[in-house]
Design a protein around this ligand. Structure first.
Ligand SMILES: Nc1nc(=O)c2c([nH]1)NC[C@@H]1CN(c3ccc(C(=O)N[C@@H](CCC(=O)O)C(=O)O)cc3)C=[N+]21
Length: 283
């Protein structure tokens, strides 16, 4: 079997065309969707992701702004910046790029963002809404993954979905969204015994490990759907996922590549959430 590739870049382009039309329509009603991204410090990877978000916003006509703060900024100063953005009626979405420097408590920062502007879907209030199946901002990477599955009409209901990874921004919420779609969900992580035995029962395997090329065909059931959330920069500068793409493609029915897989979808769902915020749909 040779797996069909789910191209996140292509799907993103289609979705962005629809969003562009929607933004034009909103502008006719004097609503100009606006996203503010807060970037602390000078991490090159963060800077490149933030630039990607700005570029994508421009593509669909969303106005965006990057607020840059030095890595010496205090927690109090950062909280003040967020407070200003919370009270600015022209700002619909606020995203504080992670990771933050060690001297800043990330929970304090996330909880200070107005949940109605929390386009990352990271605020505990929105996570609670997601867990109880209420309409809210869904975290962008998990939402992008569900959107990719649906774009190929892949059945989620009744399937065994295995998630490797339990981070607050990917592993935990993607498992919850799969559960909301009536999958049977298993979480695996660094302390899991018999990982390979479990992943070999997965109809849908979500890999968010954070180490390059560690999941190969030995971990994959024939005909499975494999979603690679990893973004690993190798010494030669190239990007690779957590999945050994060549090997896994021999066993899987569907697979996502890296780059041009989940990454672009993350940004696209951020734009979707920003438009949703501008429409005032999240209370
Ligand atoms: N508050 C917050 N929200 C985030 O959503 C967030 C964050 N912090 N911190 C970092 C992670 C990472 N992330 C990515 C977004 C797009 C690509 C992406 O577009 N990747 C391209 C390649 C980009 C490249 O060449 O570097 C691809 O996979 O094809 C990757 C990673 C969002 N994150």
């Amino acid at each position: 079997m040779v797996a069909e590739v789910i191209n996140g870049k292509e799907l993103s382009m289609q979705l962005k065309l629809d969003m562009k039309k929607e933004v034009e329509y909103l502008k006719q009603q004097n609503i100009l969707p606006h996203l503010t991204v807060v970037l602390v410090g000078n991490n090159p990877a963060s800077r490149s992701y933030v630039n990607g978000k700005k570029r994508a916003s421009e593509e669909v006509g969303i106005s965006s702004e990057i607020v840059e703060l030095p890595d010496t900024v205090t927690e109090k100063e950062l909280l003040q910046t967020i407070e200003q953005l919370n009270s600015d009626n022209g700002v619909h979405g606020i995203l504080v790029q992670l990771p933050l420097p060690d001297h800043i408590n990330v929970e304090h920062i996330i909880e200070s963002i107005d949940p109605k502007k929390d386009v990352d879907g990271f605020h505990p209030y929105n996570i609670g809404k997601m867990m109880t199946g209420q309409d809210t901002f869904l975290p962008c990477t998990p939402y992008g993954i569900i959107t990719m599955l649906k774009s190929k009409n892949i059945t989620i209901e009744g399937k065994h979905a295995v998630v490797i990874g339990r981070s607050n921004i990917v592993g935990k919420p993607v498992g919850q969204l799969l559960l909301n779609e009536n999958a049977t969900v298993t979480y695996c992580h660094s302390k899991t015994n018999n990982l390979k035995e479990i992943t070999n029962t997965a109809d849908i395997l979500i890999v968010a490990v954070g180490r390059p090329n560690v999941i190969d065909k030995a971990y994959i059931k024939e005909g499975a759907v494999v979603i690679d959330v990893g973004i690993n920069r190798l010494e030669d500068g190239s990007l690779t996922g957590d999945v050994d793409f060549e090997s896994a493609s021999e066993q899987a029915n569907y697979i996502t590549p890296v780059p041009r897989g989940v990454g672009p979808m993350t940004i696209t769902m951020l734009l979707h959430n920003t438009i949703k915020a501008a429409k005032g749909l999240v209370k």
